[in-house]
Write a protein that binds this ligand. Structure first.
Ligand code: HDD
Length: 716
């Protein structure tokens, strides 16, 4: 059991330390004894006697203190009162946005030194690891909402660097809905559940969202992303992340470069399809959270590559868009993404509330070597995040919470406040002489390494409330996105707009939005109008904006070009029944398992089924407890004819087919396929087939692995 150390011996009121002992985040493995203060925070572990908050041991916790066996409860029952009081105060306000999330610890390590561009300590030395905590999230839904809704995903990373905490608070899309932070409350009020009935949960398919967006055309580029499959990722482990804004790197000589940050998942970027995402929301609302957790527990540590787009300061005005405009990307074809390091998530939190819920990100948490730009969205964020933690975490001392504590030493003159965990000694003001002038600042002149120095930017101008004319083009990059999509992606985007606008009751909103879409692509606008039953929109006057995208197409934007090789961590279902060819099942386990996939056998019941030659085949899950949407691919082995009459199995296969998933069909497994597909497996794209009597040889499994690697056959 962890012993509460209490006040240091002989000094009941004044410990020696001036500040928190800064244990930083829990070390990998989470049980590193050197972190004594963290051990204390890690609570009294469970293997010991039950006590009150005061450490008084409790005789039992099942009955209140009453007068006799049937009498009233006594006010003096301090155990009952303390227990209920604590319980009554267990909830804290959820995040205004990004309330639903999941997090994990890991590390970041650079491939090379970036000293030429930045003095950021964690980017200096190849291979030197900096601990991180990452929280992924949805935006619209409350804490209990489903994971697989159509939404932007948050991708927030806290680097516990030796020179202080650096937070890169990004999303899985590289642009945003609005250009100026002053519009953020408007945008959030519009997208959140409607105020009168608190509907819909975790969805943007409602009037107020589209009302706002149709009137705020700067949202159009982001809408293209949100209506694309990027908004329904397969997994947190399989999505890109972006810092969105243009930031600044600053080197030891004080020279700045503009930078855009990119996270690229090693597993490739993959998405669900819309029908699948909706079914998943019911079958497993915790799909993404579970997936991240399970992968880390299994040792399949998710990994991302950090890439930077570096833009010399003299090129600030070299592009037909403004680098300060967060509704614009810098196309990779103009400025390539340079891989600079990797991040691995290798440890799950021990306590969701203490870590994932209490982690507090803040765009203004930057370290020497990184600085802001004047992006007006970023500037407002730099106020909002600290402000929101004050209400959410109940006061100004939240950075003392274990998950938020820097590894770097903290020595401030801040004092007191709710939740103060530090027993300060010393003065708490500067300048002072009685404390020997401590804590001290280095003063003028050349600053020692690790001291934050603001980038020296010349600023000159009148105070005005006016959007820069360089932010005025709202459509050219939306059109670039559309042009860069594969046909199937365009179809999914068209379907998504039609679904969302089809749910809007106000026809003026629908028509206004369709009219905006004509500025992106006339055929898109016309098709959406047709599907939602609105009149065909007039073509927009050609306004020359199409040239302002920077490039005619950007292949990097298409999911077609974001796949990875291999099938590591893909989930593969093998449907089995009495009479199944057990050797094939074993071959599937061996071969696909060797490729790093997770293979599970499913049957009408749990336990075992008996194989064709009498041997038992273990069943991992009963069909009733799972669903096709929870798997990436299916194997229908020989000897499973009976499943063709099992409605659960037929639905399972039919759904997988509809969702474009690869299948392996062997021998009489074709019966189930045909019951679900009304066609022969040979006629369907993405299906590896071996007929009756044909061997499931290496070539067959090679073919199936290659299909699985493709992930989807959307044109099926
Ligand atoms: Fe934000 C949370 C990302 C614009 C105000 N935001 C939040 C989180 C992410 C983002 C990932 C969740 C962090 C976590 O896991 O705890 N936000 C973005 C991105 C934006 C953006 C990529 C645009 C580029 N946000 C934005 C603006 C404002 C906010 C313009 C306000 C002016 N965001 C907040 C917030 C939240 C937040 C209300 C809610 C909880 C929190 O901060 O800690 O302050």
């Amino acid at each position: 059991m962890t012993v509460n150390p209490g006040p240091p011996e002989g000094r009941p009121h004044a410990p020696l330390v001036t500040e928190t002992p800064n244990p930083g985040p829990p070390a990998r493995g989470g049980r590193d004894a050197k972190d004594a203060a963290l051990d204390a925070a890690r609570a009294v572990d469970a293997d010991g006697p039950l006590t009150t908050d005061q450490g008084v041991r409790v005789d039992e916790t099942d009955n209140s203190l009453t007068v006799g066996e049937r009498g009233p409860t006594l006010l003096e029952d301090f155990q009952l009162r303390e227990k209920l009081t604590h319980f009554d105060h267990e909830r804290i306000p959820e995040r205004v946005v990004h309330a639903r999330g999941a997090g994990a610890y890991g590390f970041f390590e650079p491939y090379e030194s970036l000293a030429e561009y930045t003095c950021a300590d964690f980017l200096q030395e190849p291979g030197r690891r900096t601990p991180v905590f990452v929280r992924f999230s949805t935006v619209q839904g409350p804490r209990g909402s489903a994971d697989t809704v159509r939404d932007v995903r948050g991708f927030a990373t806290k680097f516990y660097t030796r020179h202080g905490n650096y937070d890169l608070v990004g999303n899985n899309m590289p642009v945003f809905f609005i250009q100026d932070a002053v519009k953020f409350p408007d945008f959030v009020h519009a997208v959140k559940m409607e105020p009168h009935n608190e509907i819909p949960t975790g969805a943007s398919a409602h009037d107020t969202f589209w009302d706002f967006c149709s009137l705020q055309p700067e949202s159009t580029h982001m809408l293209m992303w949100v209506m694309s499959d990027r908004a329904i990722p397969r997994s947190y482990r399989m999505m890109q992340g972006f810092g969105v804004h243009t930031f600044r790197l600053v080197n030891a000589q004080g020279q700045g470069s503009f930078v855009k940050f990119h996270w690229t998942p090693k597993l490739g970027t993959y998405s669900q399809v819309w029908d699948e995402a909706q079914i998943t929301a019911g079958r497993d609302p915790d799909f993404h959270r579970r997936d991240l957790w399970a992968a880390i527990e299994a040792g399949d540590f998710p990994e991302w590559e950090l890439g930077v787009q570096l833009i010399p300061e003299q090129d600030e005005f070299a592009y037909p868009f403004d680098l300060l405009d967060p509704t614009k990307i810098v196309p990779e074809e103009l400025v390539p993404v340079r891989p600079v390091g990797r991040m691995v998530l290798d440890r799950n939190p021990e306590n969701f509330f203490a870590e994932t819920e209490q982690v507090a990100f803040h765009t203004a948490n930057i370290v020497p070597g990184i600085d802001f730009t004047n992006d007006p969205l970023l500037q407002g964020r730099n106020f909002s995040y600290l402000d929101t933690q004050l209400i959410r975490l109940g006061g100004p001392n939240f950075s003392q919470l274990p998950v938020n504590r820097p590894l770097a030493e903290v020595r401030t003159n801040h004092r007191d406040g709710y939740g103060q965990h530090t027993i300060h000694s010393g003065t708490g003001y500067a300048p002072n002489s009685v404390g020997g002038g401590c804590p001290f600042t280095p003063g003028g002149g050349r600053l020692p390494e690790g001291v934050f120095e603001h980038y020296q930017q010349r600023i000159d101008g009148a105070a005005i409330r006016r959007r820069s004319p360089s932010f005025a083009d709202h459509y050219s990059q939306a059109a670039l996105f559309w042009r860069s999509m594969a046909d199937w992606e365009r179809e999914h985007i068209t379907a998504a707009f039609s679904f969302e606008l089809g749910k809007v009751g106000d026809r003026a909103v629908r028509q206004r939005m369709v009219a905006n879409l004509t500025r992106v692509d006339q055929s898109l606008a016309e098709e959406v109008a047709r599907r939602i039953g609105e009149p065909a929109p007039q073509p927009s006057p050609a306004d020359g904006e199409a040239n302002a995208a920077g490039v005619p197409v950007s292949p990097a934007l298409s999911l077609e070009n974001q796949r990875a090789t291999g099938i590591r961590t893909r989930k593969i279902a093998v449907l089995v029944a009495d009479g199944v060819d057990a050797e094939q099942v074993q071959a599937a386990r061996n071969r696909l398992g060797a490729e790093g996939a997770t293979v599970e056998t499913l049957a009408g019941h749990g336990g075992t089924v008996s194989g064709r030659d009498g041997q038992d085949v273990a069943v991992d899950r009963a069909l009733a407890t799972t669903a096709s949407v929870l798997y990436d691919t299916l194997v229908l082995p020989d000897g499973t004819v009976v499943l063709a009459a099992d409605t659960d199995a037929v639905r399972f296969v039919g759904e997988a087919l509809r969702h474009g998933k690869p299948l392996a069909v062997l021998g009489s497994g074709a019966a189930l396929f045909e019951a679900a597909a009304s066609g022969r497996p040979e006629q369907v794209a993405g299906v590896a087939v071996r007929g009756n009597g044909q061997e499931a040889d290496t070539a067959f499994w090679d073919e199936f692995v290659a299909l699985t690697e493709q992930h989807r056959f959307p044109d099926r």
